[in-house]
Structure formats: C-alpha cells, structure tokens
Design a protein around this ligand. Sequence first.
Ligand code: NAP
Length: 280
Amino acid sequence: MKILITGSKGQLGRELARQLKNRTGMELVMADIDELDITDATAVDETIRRIAPDMVINCAAQTQVDLCEEDRESARNINTKGASNLAEASHRNNAAIIHISTDYVFDGTRKEPYTEDDETNPLNIYGITKLEGEKEVMSGNPRHFVIRTAWLYGDGRNFVGTMLQLAEKGNTIKVVDDQRGSPTSTTELARAIIRLMDTEEYGIYHGTCEGSCTWYEFAQEIFRTAGMDVTLERCTSDEFPQKAVRPKNSVLDNRNFRERLGYRFLSWQEALREYLKGES
Ligand SMILES: NC(=O)c1ccc[n+]([C@@H]2O[C@H](COP(=O)([O-])OP(=O)(O)OC[C@H]3O[C@@H](n4cnc5c(N)ncnc54)[C@H](OP(=O)(O)O)[C@@H]3O)[C@@H](O)[C@H]2O)c1
C-alpha cells in the first residue's frame, strides 16, 4: 500500500510515520508545506497523479485556534480549500482519503458526550473552517474517513509540553477548569487510524482517548504522573480570555470505532502515562 501523508512534520504526521515506516508492504511519501502546499490545487493534483497513492492521510491544518480568528482567510484556505483539493484529487486518482477533524465542530452545550450523528455548531473560525473541510472531503471523495479528534499531544507544540515548561519556572500555574474534553495522544490516534485504514468502513469517526477531564484536571494528572510537585490554581474561561471562544463540553463518544470496528482507545490517563514514560 502506498500512502501520501500531508502535513507530515506536524505532531500526528510524525507519529504516523514512526508507526508505519517499518510495516511490510508499506510505501510512505511524506510531504509538509515545503513539498506540497495543500492550498495549491494544481500542485495537489499533479503530486497525487505522479505519486499515485492508494491512500492520502491529511494531517495538514492551521491548528492555532486563536490565530484562525486573526487570519480567517488563511484558516479557510488551509482547513477548507486544502481539504477540498486533496479530496477531489484523491478521488480523481482512485485513492481513498483519511482526513482529521476536530471536537471544536460542536458548540459544547450538550451535557453528554457527542456522537458522530449529533448536530454540529462550531463557535470559532477554526471549528467553522474544519467543519467546512469535513463537508468538502465527504462530497469530494466517497472513499473517505473523517476522524474527529481532540486535545492532541505528541511530538510538537501541545498542552503537556507547555505545562512541563511552566512548571520549571516554579510559579503557581492557573489552569481553566470549565472546559471538558478528552486528551488524546498522537500514538493512540495513529494506532486507530492504522486500524481503520485496512477497512472500507468509510464515514465519520470520533477518535479520542476514553474518559474526559477539564484542562485543570489534565494538568493535575500530568504532574502526578510525572512525579512533580506543582501548585495549580483553578480558573474560569472568563478569567483567561482568548480570541477564540471554546466549547465548554467537547467530549466525544467514539461510537463508530466501537460499534463498527470493535475498536477501543486507551483511557486518557493510560495514554498519558505511556507518553510521559516515553513508551509511546
Ligand atoms: N492539536 C490539537 O489539539 C488538535 C485537536 C483536534 C483536532 N486536531 C486536528 O488533528 C490534525 C493534526 O493536528 P496536529 O496537532 O498534528 O497539527 P500540527 O502539529 O499543527 O501539524 C500541522 C502541519 O501542517 C502543516 N501545514 C500548515 N499549512 C499547510 C499547508 N498549506 N500545506 C501543507 N502543510 C501545511 C504545518 O506546518 P507549519 O507548522 O509550518 O504551519 C504542520 O507541519 C489536524 O487536522 C488538526 O486540525 C488537532
């Protein structure tokens, strides 16, 4: 199987490469923006025609949620048009597509975890452009997997790294305690993507580690697991204003992974333990 990974230098792209590179019968082509800018429709079409992959995995995105509010044009170009370019070109060239989306397509007003069938209503530009990207992928290539994940951490810029850096300064760390989600390691997400890739069970999937917490509880668990004594203080989203409004509850129910594939993710605490021990 030949796979083209776009956004390959991001957190998820790196982890997929790590897990896939030694698989027999697997040929990987890695492309980040320097090799393939997904907003360039001509380059996307030419590259996919030349490489002729069986599968395109789109890990490229504008993931800086607050930056998306400042530069809507760029967010839309990358998260929507880029996704559309890849879906159409992969379809024209007989490749399936795996596209990664986000929990921020929901508004967070639901009290229960969101299933794949729940109504979307994004609160910020990142969520709006990612939702539009999902729709483009679904209409552009019938052989699609759209995977919504959340609170992702791996090899790159992420909350776990930020907490560990802040802790080194020795000050009290204030963390938001009124947004709930499911922290997910790129290791766990990549494992699930690889499981899905071998099927033809196309559709939308929620793909997050099991269980949920607030950012404050996530920080507590990071320091407990790392064996660090750090003073944490709870705060509200209002006390920590950010350009983009975040949903209060973006916990996802991985119903389709469970029911269609019999696949379960590790709990967010187990995945964090694996990550901090360097086992993942
Ligand atoms: N991170 C999270 O917490 C989170 C949560 C939910 C969903 N997701 C989704 O999960 C996926 C993977 O996220 P991630 O954390 O691995 O992202 P990431 O680390 O930000 O990686 C994204 C990669 O895409 C590249 N890129 C940006 N614009 C591009 C373009 N026009 N053409 C090609 N490549 C481009 C980026 O390059 P530069 O760094 O140079 O811009 C970066 O290497 C994304 O679809 C994201 O929306 C992430």
